[in-house]
Structure formats: C-alpha cells, structure tokens
Design a protein around this ligand. Structure first.
Ligand code: FAD
Length: 469
C-alpha cells in the first residue's frame, strides 16, 4: 500500500520533511497536487507561476522514475478518492499557517483518518514554526527585534537530501493534464513577458542561492536598498512556492557568516522577516484583510478610485513609483525598497486603502506570499504590528535621489521621453492589457498630486484618527 505525499507550497524534493516521512515508511510514494479553491483564488501571476513550478517539478520527478499526479479538488474529496483507488495507507504534507489552509487541512486530516489512513503533517514551510516561538509572558511576538533574538541561536536541523530514485508504485493512478488547468489563462499576453524573468524550479533556485552566496552576499548590506543593483538574492519567488527550503538558505547564510561575509547576518535577518510574517499571520489570522490596530478602522481610507487605477498602471507621474509598478508588471517581482515607496505613495499621497494595493500586488507578484504581503502593506500603511508610524511619509523624489542616484532604475522601466528606451521599459507596453491603450511614444504623465500637497493631505487625515487610549 503506497504513501501519498500531498504537495502544496513545497515544490521540492530536498528539505522536504513530508516527503522524507513518506519515504521513511518504506512504502511506494505517490506525489499529488490538488487544484482546489486555494489555487482558484490565486492572483493571475501567482497562478501562472505555480503552473510553471508544477511543470518543472513533474520533470524532476520523472527523471527519478516518479510521477506527479494532478487532481481537481476539494482537497478532502480528491485525496480520499485517490487513497481509495490506490489503496494508500498513509498521507503526508507540510503545514501551512494561514487560516484557510489550516481549516482545510484539519478537515482533510479528520476525513482521511476516518477512512483509515495514517495522516501526518510536518514542519517544512518555515524554520521556526509560529506556535513554537513565544514571549517570556507567553503569547506571540508583535515586534521583530525580540523575535529575531528569540530564534537566532536556535539549532536548525540540516536539510534532508532529495531521493536519488523514486519508490514507484506498481501502477500509477491517472492524472489530470496540467495544460487542461490553463494556469496562465488570466495572464493572457503578459505571460510571455513574465516567462523571461521567472527562475523556476528547485535546481534553478539552488543555483540562485549559490550565485548569491558566491558573488553578492558580501555587498548585500551596503547595496540591498538600491533597486538598480542586482544585490539581493531574488529567492522570494522560489521560497513562495517552496522550490527551495528555508533551512537550506539558513545554513548557507550561516556558513557565509562563519567565513566572515559582511552581509551575511543582515541576510539571515531578512530571511527571518519571512518567519516573522508567518508568525504574525498565524497568531493574527485577520491580518490579511483587517487593520491590525483596530483604531485604524476609523481612518478615512479612500476605496478604489481613479488615482489608484493610475497607480496600478504605472501612470502616477512620480517616476520612482511608476518604475516600481512597471517592474512588477513585467517581471512579477518588485524590489523591496520600491515596494515600500509604491505602497507608501498609494496609502499616503493617494490616501487609498492599503487593501486596494494588497490585492493588486497579489494579482501581479510571482512571489506572492499571503504573510509577507499582508505584513508589508500594514507596515507601510502604519496600521500593522511594529509598523512605521503613519506620519513618516516617504517622499518618492527624495528616495529616488538617495537610492537611485543616477536614475538607472527609473530609466530601466520608464520609456517615455527616452530616445532609445531599454528593452525592459519597452516590454511594459507588450505586457499590459491592450485595453489600457498605452504607448511609449506618449508624453510621460504629469504628477497626480504635488508631493508636498499629498503629504499635507495625508497628515491632515491622520490628525483625525482617534488616538489609542
Ligand atoms: P532578499 O533581500 O534576498 O531577502 C531574502 C529573503 O528574505 C527573501 O527572499 C524573503 O523571503 C525574505 N524577506 C526579505 N525581506 C522581507 C520582508 N520585508 N518581509 C518578509 N520577508 C522578507 N515578499 C514576498 O515574498 N511576497 C510578497 O507578496 C511580498 N509583498 C510585499 C509587499 C510590500 C508592500 C512590502 C513592503 C514587502 C513585501 N514583500 C513580499 C517583502 C520583500 O519586498 C520581498 O520579500 C523581497 O523584495 C524579495 O526579494 P529577494 O528575494 O531578493 O530578497
């Protein structure tokens, strides 16, 4: 009787505790991915990117004599049917920590246990599971620095190696065809543009980590805030889909630290921001749609509006913001500094509800992560845990002078006004929907709002926020 390995956001063979446990059972192992409501709910770019990841994983499994079985959900019914067809005796997966996944997973656990299977979930998505870290008083951390201090010296198990050969069952169950799932349908022509920027699969993720450790970690601390520099790891895309495990990255960072790499500690701290985001989302499950600080419910956020639409289209007339929005549309990612500037501009200069921005990021990012996205938006908007105070308003022009001093980032993404715009800037016009009717030959738009006026408005709105007693 085989063991089922249910994949979700863990498209990898190494450092995969659920797979390791399935193999340790000594049974044949069947890898299964279920297209359920969580997949249906993904944003366009994320869904496309997941499809790419599944394709590469299926190839990696085939190379070892395995197979990836695809089924349509709901997950409980799909897994129960597969277990009945194959006579499976066990089911393993790696835990996720958002509310919807947890509810689904406990229902699946109950259903499959009732069907007589041994069902086990494992810790694989993060290094430090949210429920395993608590403050001296008990309860979750709300501030990053003490969270970092609480985890940084914990022992971290070495990653499990990938299996060289697959323990195949005597017969394979039928599988859906990935092409029939049309994972890129919502992307339309944009997918071809995105495909040039995605770095897909476990082997590619490992190479990316190795290149970062060899060439860039030393300069990480000094250069990581300059969006025109290729200074960061780019691993968020792979971490989001689990194409690399966080312990693998942790140990690589620790080894670099031991060898004296200057940026190593900073890099490890950033990796732990991801852990902190999951810690928060687990303990505050409404964080992805509700102001974390309830007094912000009284704030006069604007609902979606025309200026927000201009923001989405990279037409605010504020070059750093527009460059950021266009970079995201073309590549599926956005530099962290640019995410902060673009988010600040929407929530402060345009006074628009952070959830409007969160939803657009969720639709456009290939590294979309429910925890990091929610934490990032609430942090910038000022309503989140450990957030930047609202009255600290990024000035995109000053930020550009500081972090894009030679204008390289802005020129890379804004074609208008350049006699010979680079491919990246032109690619934006190939990627966006035709209905937007954009052309690189039009003049660059005038600013939606003067920066000092936007700042004044934001501060005035903040004055009306009832102060927490
Ligand atoms: P590196 O600088 O190489 O860092 C290494 C890893 O650490 C990253 O891959 C990531 O996993 C983690 N990390 C770094 N910074 C952060 C951070 N601020 N928060 C959480 N984890 C971090 N990140 C996502 O992965 N998905 C999102 O949907 C997302 N949405 C965001 C929205 C906003 C408004 C903001 C301000 C930030 C958001 N981030 C998100 C965090 C951050 O911008 C990206 O993780 C980072 O840009 C990824 O680039 P990198 O892999 O080169 O990072």
């Amino acid at each position: 009787a085989p063991a089922l390995w249910w994949l979700r956001r863990d498209l990898r063979l190494a450092e995969n505790p659920a797979l390791a446990a399935a193999r340790a059972s000594g049974r044949p192992v069947i890898a299964v991915f279920v297209h359920d409501e969580s997949v249906a709910a993904l944003g366009a770019a994320a869904k496309w990117r997941l499809g790419q990841g599944l394709e590469v994983l299926a190839q990696a499994l085939a190379a070892r004599g395995g197979r990836l079985i695809l089924r349509r959900g709901p997950a409980g019914a799909a897994l129960a049917a597969l277990a009945a067809e194959t006579g499976a005796a066990e089911l393993h997966w790696n835990r996720l920590y958002d509310r919807a996944s947890r509810a689904r997973d406990s229902a699946v656990k109950a259903e499959l246990r009732a069907a007589g299977l041994r069902v086990e979930s494992h810790a694989g998505h993060v290094i430090f599971e949210p429920m395993s870290v608590e403050t001296g008083q008990g309860g979750p951390y709300r501030v990053y620095s003490p969270f970092w201090r609480a985890v940084k010296d914990r022992p971290v198990a070495a990653p499990e190696p990938a299996p060289a050969h697959w323990p195949a069952p005597e017969a394979w169950p039928v599988s859906d065809r990935l092409a029939d799932w049309a994972m890129g349908a919502a992307m339309r022509r944009g997918a071809e543009v995105l495909a040039r920027h995605a770095v897909v699969g476990e082997a590619a993720a490992r190479d990316r980590l190795a290149a970062f450790i060899t060439h860039r970690i030393d300069g990480y601390r000094a250069l990581r805030d300059f969006p025109a520099e290729p200074a960061t790891s780019g691993l968020s895309e792979n971490l989001a889909w689990g194409e690399i495990g966080p312990r693998t990255i942790w140990h690589a960072g620790q080894a670099a630290l031991a060898q004296g790499a200057r940026g190593a500690e900073h890099f490890l701290k950033e990796l732990v921001w991801r852990e902190f985001a999951w810690h928060l989302l687990y303990h505050f499950p409404d964080m992805d749609h509700q102001n974390w600080r309830p007094e912000w419910d009284e704030f006069d956020w604007k609902p979606d509006n025309d200026a927000a639409e201009a923001w989405r289209r990279g037409l605010t007339g504020e070059p750093f913001v527009d460059a950021a929005m266009r970079q995201m549309y073309v590549t599926g990612t956005m530099h962290n500094r640019a995410r902060m500037i673009a988010a600040s501009y929407l929530t402060k200069h345009l006074l628009t509800d952070w959830r409007v921005g969160l939803a657009w990021f969720a639709d456009c990012l290939t590294d979309w992560d429910p925890a990091a996205n929610a934490m990032g938006w609430q942090w910038v908007a000022g309503c989140g845990p450990d957030a930047a105070p609202y009255f600290r308003i990024f000035n995109p022009a000053t930020q550009a002078t500081k972090f894009d001093p030679h204008g390289r980032y802005r020129r890379a993404w804004i074609a208008e006004g350049q006699p010979a715009p680079p491919d990246t800037a032109r690619a934006y016009f190939d990627a966006v929907p035709r209905a937007w009717n954009l052309s690189p030959d039009r003049p660059y738009p005038r600013p939606l709002v003067a920066l000092d006026e936007g700042r004044r408005r934001a501060l005035a709105a903040y004055e009306h926020l009832p102060r927490k007693k």
